[in-house]
Ligand binder design. Structure first.
Ligand code: ADP
Length: 328
């Protein structure tokens, strides 16, 4: 059976980008057709300035949101990365296979490091090596497929390269994984800055729709989305990125193709209104289920405990084999 691995970082509240770009596909497709693991990757949240209590709180919240979105612990494994030591154990071995040059070429590192430097902050070494830990997350489980949004495609490519290199040098140990991207909404953009992606870690902003936003907050954010000074509703990602983003969000939430949907509207206002309602409807069941789960924290804890037990049992043989293969 195909093995699938993917995760979310608890660096902030989960967004519509996380949902449309990744979680929705995990729920609707991946957990049913494969042996899938979904992980709250809390070690990755330490790569930037963080408040320990907040990371702990956001990890639990992310786990409940994964369950609220519809991941079923009877079908897949849901767990927290730091509960399973194999990730860190394997990461070190992969650091001995990766080069510093390939790390420095990672687009996300370049962007995030530049931002940290502008703020006058220092860049943690773990931000540079983060893609190696991500490769360990994937390779430890022998994942064939990694369903992610477009922003993570380069990191999955690195995991492939490291798997191939390790196998060539030390004998076949790892399955070589590949990224699977969603058809629409592979990259949901910030509603206020359509040139940047809607990222939870970036800043609390009026351009980011959070999964737990109240319906009226969602409506306000979508109605205030930046479009441009044109009048006609057309789908053109290059020339009209704000509009294209709304059309893609609408298509992802309500069905249809962005270009075809554009033909149904003769004003931005009507498009925004329908997009806002479509987003509210998509998020409604998730918010309701999340509320129920908050009332039963013991259930979520139990799922995570059992998930970690299963994940550990799956990862250990591969990581042990890697230690032997490399000469330890
Ligand atoms: P971030 O911290 O940027 O929100 P994560 O690293 O936690 O994202 O990503 C979790 C998943 O959500 C990944 O598969 C990622 O590709 C996807 N994702 C994140 N932001 C977006 C976005 N704006 N559009 C589409 N997919 C996204």
């Amino acid at each position: 059976m195909t093995r699938v691995f993917s995760g979310v970082k608890p660096t902030g509240h989960l967004t519509l980008g996380n949902y449309l770009g990744a979680m929705r596909q995990w729920v609707a497709v991946d957990q049913h057709r494969s042996d899938a693991l979904f992980c709250v990757v809390d070690l990755h949240a330490l790569t930037v300035d963080h408040d320990p209590a907040r990371v702990r709180r956001l990890s639990r919240q992310a786990a409940s949101l994964l369950l609220a979105a519809g991941l079923d612990p009877g079908l897949c494994t849901v767990f927290v990365q730091s509960h399973v030591d194999e990730h860190a154990r394997l990461s070190y071995l992969l650091e001995c296979v990766a080069t510093d040059g390939e790390m420095r070429r990672m687009i996300q590192y370049k962007e995030k490091a530049a931002r940290e430097r502008v703020r006058g902050g220092s860049v943690r070494l773990s931000l540079l090596t983060y893609p190696v830990l991500m490769a360990a997350d994937i390779l430890a489980y022998g994942a064939d497929e990694v369903p992610v949004g477009d922003d993570q495609a380069q990191h999955v490519e690195l995991a492939r390269d490291l798997a191939v290199r390790f196998n060539q040098r030390y004998g076949h140990t790892f399955v070589v994984p590949r990224a699977t991207l969603p058809g629409v909404a592979a990259r949901v953009m910030n509603l206020q800055e359509p040139a940047s992606k809607m990222g939870k870690s970036d800043d609390v902003g009026p351009g980011i729709v959070y999964l737990l936003d109240e319906p009226d907050v969602v409506r306000k954010k979508v109605m205030r989305a930046v479009t441009d000074s044109g009048r006609e509703v057309v789908y053109d990602r290059e020339a009209r990125p704000g509009l294209a983003n709304l059309l893609e969000i609408l298509a992802a939430c309500a069905g249809g193709e962005p270009a075809e949907l554009a033909g149904h509207y003769d004003s931005y206002g009507a498009l925004k209104k329908d997009t806002a309602e479509a987003v509210v409807e998509v998020l409604r069941p998730l918010r309701e289920r999340h509320k129920e789960l908050c009332a039963d924290p013991g259930y979520v804890e139990g799922v995570l405990r059992e998930g970690a037990r299963k994940a550990r049992a799956m990862a250990r043989p591969t990581v042990d084999a890697a230690y032997r293969a490399i000469g330890l």
